[in-house]
Design a protein around this ligand. Structure first.
Ligand code: PEP
Ligand code: MG
Length: 553
C-alpha cells in the first residue's frame, strides 16, 4: 500500500513503528504526506481536437521544465541544481515531444499520450541499464508533474506547509531528495528505500533524521504527531504536543553539545584516530575546515563526470582537481581514481551491457580495457598536485590481488604521485592485506562494497538491509584482518564506507585497529564525541563483543 492521504487511520498508540534508521538524530512534528503519483482515470475519454490536445500536452511539459528550472535556481546545493536541470532537459527533449504528438495523432488525449510516450522512453532507458536506467526515476518525475498539471491534481513532490514537518513518502525521486531542506523538513520517513539508497545518503549529508523501509509508515495520517528516531529506526505515534516539544528540545541540546566539538579525533586516553571527509567536488572539500576534519579520506572523482558522454581531457581534469585541492587548504586529500561501473556507471566508459555489472568491469578493472582513461587521470592529478602543492594520496578502487596493487601503485608513482594506496572492497583483498601492503603505502576499507561482496547481497537492495548491516561479524572480521596487516607493516588503514559515519560503530572499528575514519561532514562531530567518550581498551573490548555478534549500541 502506498502513502496516499486516504490510508486508514491508526488508533492512538505509543508503540513504535519499525524501519531502518539511516541518519541519526531525533525529531518530532506533524506528518506531511507526499502527494501520491497522479493516476489516470480508469476510463479513457475520447480524444478531443488533435491540435488542442497537442497544445495542452506541450504546455504541460513546458510548464514542468520551467518549474524544475526555477527549483534548480533555488536549490540549496550545486548537486541539487544539476539534477533538477538535467530533469528539466528531459522535459524539453524534442524527441519526447515528437513521440507525444504521434500518440495524440493516433487518438490519445494529452495526459494519456504523455504516459504512453514516457513508458516507451522509460523502457529504452531501462534496456540501456546502469546510469541510464537510474534516470528512469527522473523521467517518471517529469511524467507525473506534467500529468498532474493536465488533470489539475496536487503536484507530487515535497509538500508546502506553514510549519516544518515530518515528511512521509512512499519513496523519494532523486529530484525530490535534492530539494529537501532542513529548514522545512524535520525528519524523513519512507515506506521503501534501502540503507545505501540516494535518499539515505542525502539525508545523512543534510544531517536530517531519516528512517527508510518502514512499511508501517503507510498508515500514518496527514497532520498526525510523531517522533522519529533516525538512529534506531523507530517512529513513535500517539505522542502529545508536550512530548514533541520535549524531544525537540533535548535534540537541540544534543546537537549544540556536538557543534562545540572540534580538534583531532582521539579516544579519551589520547589514542589518535584521523577524522576525514568523503567528498565529490570542491564544495564538499570546503567543508573540511568547517567541521575541522583532518583532510579528505575519499574524493569520489567519478561524481564529477556522471553526466559526461565523452571522456574529459587531461587539462580539463587537472583544472577541476586543482579547484578541489585548493579548497582542502593544505590538509591531506585521498583521491580515488574513477570507480565507474555497477551502481555508478559513466556514460563514456560503461556502454556495454554486462550480465552482472557489480562483478564485472568496474573500478580499476576498467583499465584492462581502457588504460588511457587511468593514465590520463593520473597525469591530471599529478599536474594539479604540482600546481597546488597539495598533499595528494592516490588510491585505486576495486583492487582484488597484490599484483593489481603493485601495478597501480607503480603506475601512480611513475606519473609523479609519490603516495599510492588501494581500497579494500573485495574479500580477497582483505585476506591478502599483508601482501597488498608490500606495494601500497596505505589501505582504505570500503565497507559498502566489502559488505556487498562478503554477504553476497546487492547493496542497492533494500530488502537485504540486514545482510548489509556493517555490524555483521563476518564483515568486521575482514576489517580486523586488514587493520592487523596495517599495524604489522606500520602503515595506515582507514575506513571510508558508510560504517565510518556511525557513532556507535566507530569505537568498534578503532578497537579492530583502524587508524582513520572518513565520512560525510554531518557525521564528524558525533563520531568525534563518541570516540572521546571511550578508552582504547574499551574500544578493543567493544570490538571483541562485535566480532562475537554482540552489539554495543
Ligand atoms: C565503499 O564501497 O564502501 C566505498 C566507500 O565506495 P563507494 O561507496 O563509492 O562504492
Ligand atoms: Mg566501493
Amino acid at each position: 500500500m502506498t502513502v496516499d492521504g486516504h490510508a486508514p487511520a491508526t488508533s492512538a498508540s505509543t508503540l513504535p513503528l519499525g524501519g531502518i534508521g539511516v541518519s541519526p538524530g531525533r525529531a518530532a512534528g506533524r506528518v506531511a504526506l507526499m502527494a501520491p503519483r497522479p493516476r489516470l482515470p480508469e476510463d479513457r475519454p475520447e480524444s478531443g481536437d488533435v491540435e488542442a490536445e497537442t497544445q495542452a500536452a506541450t504546455e504541460a511539459l513546458a510548464w514542468t521544465a520551467d518549474d524544475l528550472e526555477v527549483r534548480a535556481r533555488a536549490a540549496p546545493m550545486p548537486r541539487a541544481a544539476e539534477v533538477l536541470e538535467a530533469t528539466a532537459m528531459m522535459a524539453r527533449d524534442p524527441s519526447l515531444e515528437e513521440a507525444i504528438r504521434s500518440e495524440i495523432a493516433n487518438g490519445a488525449p494529452a495526459a494519456w499520450a504523455i504516459e504512453r510516450a514516457m513508458e516507451v522512453f522509460r523502457a529504452m532507458l531501462l534496456e540501456l541499464g546502469g546510469y541510464m536506467a537510474e534516470r528512469a526515476a527522473d523521467l517518471d518525475d517529469v511524467s507525473d508533474r506534467a500529468i498532474a498539471r493536465l488533470l489539475g491534481r496536487p503536484m507530487p513532490g515535497i509538500p508546502e506547509r506553514d510549519a516544518p514537518f515530518v515528511l512521509v513518502a512512499d519513496d523519494l525521486a532523486p529530484a525530490d531528495t535534492v530539494t529537501l531542506s532542513p529548514e522545512r523538513v524535520l525528519a524523513l520517513v519512507t515506506v521503501r528505500g534501502g540503507p545505501t539508497s540516494h535518499t539515505a545518503i542525502l539525508a545523512r549529508s543534510l544531517g536530517l533524521p531519516a528512517v527508510v523501509a518502514c512499511a508501517a509508515a503507510a498508515s500514518l495520517r496527514e497532520g498526525e504527531l510523531v517522533e522519529v528516531d533516525g538512529g534506531t529506526g523507530e517512529i513513535r505515534t500517539g505522542i502529545t504536543p508536550g512530548d514533541a516539544a520535549e524531544t525537540n528540545r533535548s535534540e537541540q541540546l544534543r546537537r549544540a553539545a556536538h557543534a562545540a566539538s572540534h580538534g583531532p579525533g582521539r579516544t579519551s586516553d589520547g589514542h589518535p584516530v584521523a577524522l576525514l571527509l568523503n567528498i565529490g567536488d570542491a564544495a564538499g572539500a570546503a567543508a573540511v575546515a568547517a567541521v575541522d576534519a583532518e583532510g579528505v579520506g575519499l574524493f569520489r572523482t567519478e561524481f564529477l563526470y556522471l553526466d559526461r558522454s565523452d571522456a574529459p581531457s587531461v587539462d580539463e581534469q587537472a583544472a577541476l582537481y586543482a579547484d578541489v585541492f585548493e579548497a582542502v587548504a593544505g590538509r591531506k586529500i585521498v583521491v580515488r581514481t574513477l570507480d565507474a561501473g555497477a551502481d555508478k556507471p559513466l556514460p563514456f566508459l560503461n556502454q556495454e551491457r554486462e550480465p552482472n555489472p557489480a562483478l564485472g568491469l568496474r573500478g580499476l578493472r576498467i583499465a584492462r580495457r581502457a588504460p588511457e582513461v587511468l593514465t590520463d587521470q593520473l597525469a591530471a592529478l599529478a599536474l594539479a598536485r604540482q600546481k597546488t602543492g597539495a598533499d595528494v594520496w592516490a588510491m585505486a578502487p576495486m583492487v582484488a590481488t597484490p599484483a593489481e596493487a603493485k601495478w597501480f601503485t607503480d603506475l601512480a608513482r611513475e606519473h609523479g604521485l609519490p603516495v599510492a594506496g588501494v581500497m579494500v572492497e573485495i574479500p580477497a583483498a582483505a585476506l591478502r592485506a599483508r601482501e597488498l601492503l608490500e606495494h601500497a603505502d596505505f589501505l582504505s576499507i570500503g565497507t559498502n562494497d566489502l559488505a556487498q561482496y562478503t554477504l553476497a547481497a546487492d547493496r542497492m537492495a533494500g530488502d537485504l538491509a540486514d545482510l548489509l548491516d556493517p555490524w555483521q561479524p563476518a564483515l568486521l572480521e575482514l576489517v580486523r584482518i586488514t587493520a592487523e596487516a596495517g599495524r604489522a607493516a606500520g602503515k595506515s588503514v582507514g575506513v571510508c564506507g558508510e560504517a565510518a559515519a556511525s557513532p556507535a560503530l566507530a569505537p568498534v572499528l578503532v578497537g579492530l585497529g583502524v587508524t582513520s575514519l572518513s565520512m560525510s561532514a554531518a557525521a564528524v562531530a558525533e563520531v568525534r564525541d563518541s570516540l572521546a567518550a571511550v578508552t582504547l581498551a574499551e574500544c578493543r573490548e567493544m570490538a571483541r563483543d562485535a566480532l562475537a555478534g554482540r552489539r554495543s549500541n
